[in-house]
Design a protein around this ligand. Structure first.
Ligand SMILES: *Cc1c(COP(=O)(O)O)cnc(C)c1O
Length: 379
């Protein structure tokens, strides 16, 4: 089955009770048993719920994995992966991580004796110097937020396999429409399905997909034992969103390209970060591992003035000033005051988050309205 069919049919079958084409929202905590243990595979909804199972099967299908697991948020999914580790284990990850992931690693898991190395991964060969006998996991995010750096998944997977490490990839920005990490050798794919997979800014939900049964069994145990599951209503909405992922992503990519090219020529714009440009430092790797360039763009307004950047994002009318990304509507954010506000100026500027950096999640509206909005806000 091809990708654009899998988003709709992958892992799905009509409901057994009445043939409902969409899985019903099984809003139940428990299931009748005919005799102790005599049930239809569902006992208690923390362990399993048919609506969640339908979503999990769909997610496994679109990521070319064998097992899917859905959680109450993207961070709950990451939390489950980290619980595969124990005291003394070490993780190598990128120095340009999603802020919430960085916070989970440093403020929660460091307290449990897990050690993290935050390193530049734009060249995968940087990783090997940090591997020792305690290293267990490499955690990669690509493209990164908000600097749109690209990490070579296949090269990283070769290093992980050579040293018997697990490789997990946060595929939130690219989605499996653009990039399939399991096919490139990763062990675990993670999603904030809050973003593109849900696609309508109406849920918070996380997901993991794996190929290997042993890892899947451990993660199912953690999902059940720690209990950070998503409810049936949100599972339904995520599945409904997933069914249009391919058409939405196609438009996100088209609009993203038009916006990136427009901004690159604009006299008030200093620099545009978008992996589709030939002068992006890892453009060649991008072309190898991604099928298109997505709808996430960051840019620096000329003069690098904090107040000026705030004025631009406030003046936008079609773009909404808001956190998050990946919905049908275009959003704009100011990382220095929003997502990266708690990071000291000198620290954030080291990775490129300067005062006038603006991040756009380009939606699927008419491109003319988006460009006109940018023109008036920049003017
Ligand atoms: C939003 C996001 C997360 C966290 O997901 P939540 O659903 O908000 O918990 C993790 N990684 C990336 C890249 C994100 O954009």
């Amino acid at each position: 089955m091809k990708f654009n069919t899998k988003t709709i049919h992958g892992g799905q079958k009509p409901d057994e009770a009445y043939g409902a084409v969409m899985p019903p929202i099984y809003q139940t905590s428990t299931y009748a048993q005919s005799t102790p243990g005599g049930h239809k595979g569902f006992e208690y909804s923390r362990s399993q719920n048919p609506t969640r199972t339908a979503l999990e099967n769909g997610l496994a299908s679109i990521e070319n994995g064998n097992y899917g697991l859905a959680f109450g948020s993207g961070l709950a999914a990451i939390d489950a992966v980290l619980k595969l580790l124990k005291f003394g284990d070490e993780v190598i990850t990128t120095n340009d991580l999603y802020g919430g992931t960085y916070r989970l690693f440093t403020k929660i898991f460091e307290n449990y004796g897990v050690k993290f190395h935050f390193i530049g991964m734009e060249n995968a060969s940087n990783i090997e110097a940090y591997i020792n006998e305690n290293t267990k996991l490499i955690w990669v995010e690509t493209p990164t937020n908000p600097m749109m750096n690209i990490i070579d998944i296949e090269a990283t997977a070769i290093i992980a396999q050579k040293h018997l490490l697990m490789l997990a990839v946060d595929n939130t920005f690219a989605t499996p429409y653009l990039q399939r990490p399991l096919d490139l050798g990763a062990d675990i794919v993670m999603h904030s399905a809050t973003k593109y997979i849900g696609g309508h800014s109406d849920i918070v939900l996380g997901a993991l997909v794996v190929k290997d049964k042993e890892i899947a069994d451990k993660l199912y145990f953690i999902q059940k034992a720690s209990g950070a599951i998503c409810g049936p209503m949100d599972s339904f909405l995520a599945l409904r969103g997933m069914k249009t992922l391919h058409v939405r992503m196609q438009r996100h990519c088209e609009n993203g390209k038009a916006v990136a090219e427009y901004l690159a020529k604009h006299p008030k714009v200093e620099k545009v970060y978008w992996p589709g440009f030939e002068d992006h430092p890892n453009h060649d790797i991008t072309k190898q591992q991604m099928d298109d360039f997505g709808g996430m763009i960051s840019f620096v307004a000329k003069g690098n003035n904090y107040e000026e950047a705030i004025k631009i994002v406030e003046n936008l009318k079609v773009f909404t000033l808001a956190e998050s990304l990946g919905g049908v509507e275009s959003l704009a954010g100011h990382p220095a005051s929003m997502t990266h506000g708690s990071i000291p100026k000198a620290e954030r500027e080291k990775v490129g988050v300067v005062d006038s950096l603006i991040r756009l999640s380009v939606g699927i509206e008419d491109i003319d309205d988006l460009l006109e909005d940018l023109a008036q806000a920049l003017g």
